[in-house]
Write a protein that binds this ligand. Structure first.
Ligand SMILES: [Zn+2]
Length: 332
């Protein structure tokens, strides 16, 4: 379906772009919202940003975020051994001591996922400065970094109730452009798609990065198998909260407009995108009592179906068609 003439807010091409009408399905109000998909850069975007968007973030919205866990503290000796291992794995330091430490402590499991990301972002030491944007009142990312031995950690989110300090990590109630740098790595884990002006947000990030610093962006992706298979039932379309569902082309373009080079990218979808979308197709909101998210025992999915969803996500990631992507932008 094509509709009125709209101008893409990423590449600025005006056209009768394809129109879609996804519904609010997280809470299940089932209100329809109009989105268009740019015929040039492929970005799927809400036609008009609702003036009353706050209404779609009820008090239980953030309760879905993982809550902050206490830090795992071993003895000073064991923590030192762990730091030696992490320091060697990430920065190539103290090989001999780290080898000795490997007989005493395991490598922290968190390094499996985020170790490669930190290396791509050229993090050089435990003194690196990190900012997490739009993290809510508890940042799993900063928590993991603290657990691994990093010290300079800050989170910002303009929509939290008040400034908080969790396990020694400050999270401030403020916007990116109210935040003073410099930082070596600024991350946006599934927050960029909620921000009205993509280029301005990325420019604000660019301004507070050190020369050569990195911006890690994790977002849902419309250039994906799940969008092809489920269309407007795609769980991570999340109308109207997600204003932008980028394509590979449009996110690269948005980064370049803000003064970044896209250095690398990868896909990190999980089974969620398939079971969540399957629920929406069946008319079941994510927050309903029989949703797999709320109550796995009451959901209709069989063990075999869940295994299949997981396999589909893994294969979509391998083919470069996962519905979630990570982008490593370097300040140019
Ligand atoms: Zn466009």
């Amino acid at each position: 379906m094509t509709g009125d003439l709209y101008r893409c807010r990423i590449c600025h091409v005006a056209d009768k772009h394809a129109i879609y009408l996804p519904r609010e399905m997280m809470f299940g109000t089932k209100e329809e919202f109009e989105y268009f998909q740019c015929s040039s850069c492929g970005c799927l975007q809400i036609s008009e940003i609702p003036a009353d968007i706050a209404r779609f973030y009820p008090s239980n919205y953030y309760s879905m975020n993982p809550q902050e866990q206490p830090l795992t503290q071993g003895s000073v000796f064991r923590m030192t051994m762990e730091r030696l291992r992490v320091g060697n794995a990430l920065f190539g330091r103290n090989y001999k001591l780290a080898k000795l430490a490997s007989y005493i402590v395991d490598m922290p499991y968190q390094l499996n996922v985020i170790g490669p990301w930190l290396k791509k972002c050229q993090i050089q030491s435990f003194k690196a400065r990190f900012l997490d944007v739009g993290c809510g009142s508890a940042s799993g990312w900063l928590h993991t970094l603290k657990q691994l031995g990093f010290k300079n950690l800050l989170g910002v989110d303009p929509y939290i109730e008040k400034n908080v300090n969790v396990n020694g990590i400050n999270i401030m109630k403020q916007h990116i452009d109210q935040t003073a740098g410099p930082f070596d790595l600024v991350s946006l884990h599934h927050s960029l798609e909620h921000i009205p002006n993509q280029t301005d947000a990325l420019k604000a990030v660019n301004n507070i990065l050190t020369p050569g610093g990195f911006c890690l962006v994790r977002i849902p992706l419309v250039s994906s198998l799940v969008w092809e298979q489920y269309g407007t039932d795609w769980v991570e379309l999340d109308a109207p909260r997600h204003f932008y569902l980028h394509s590979l082309k449009s996110i690269k373009l948005a980064g370049e407009q803000a003064g970044f080079n896209l250095v690398d990218n990868c896909w990190d979808s999980t089974e969620f995108e398939f079971w969540g979308s399957e629920q929406y197709r069946r008319g079941l909101p994510l927050m309903s009592d029989t949703s797999f998210m709320r109550n796995p025992a009451l959901s209709n999915f069989t063990y075999r179906e869940m295994t299949d969803f997981r396999a589909r996500a893994e294969s979509a990631n391998k083919e470069g068609r996962g519905g979630r992507g990570c982008f490593f932008f370097q300040k140019s």
